[in-house]
Design a protein. Structure first.
Length: 60
């Protein structure tokens, strides 16, 4: 197994890890109600997906 011959500094280590961050989720407006929602998911505001009702929303 390979072992490091010298200490890896915090700067070198962190520069190597700079691309390992979480990316933001794709989002867009709902075609039905206009609320922002995550792409390819049912709208939490109105319950529509691809211009048809998938989840019935309860009236308060």
């Amino acid at each position: 197994m390979g072992n490091p011959k010298h200490k890896v500094t915090k700067s070198k280590r962190n520069n190597r890890r700079s691309h390992d961050h979480a990316e933001t989720l794709a989002s867009g407006k709902c075609a039905q109600c206009g609320e922002m929602k995550q792409a390819h998911t049912v709208c939490p505001g109105c319950g529509y997906y691809d211009k048809r009702e998938v989840v019935k929303k309860k009236e308060l």
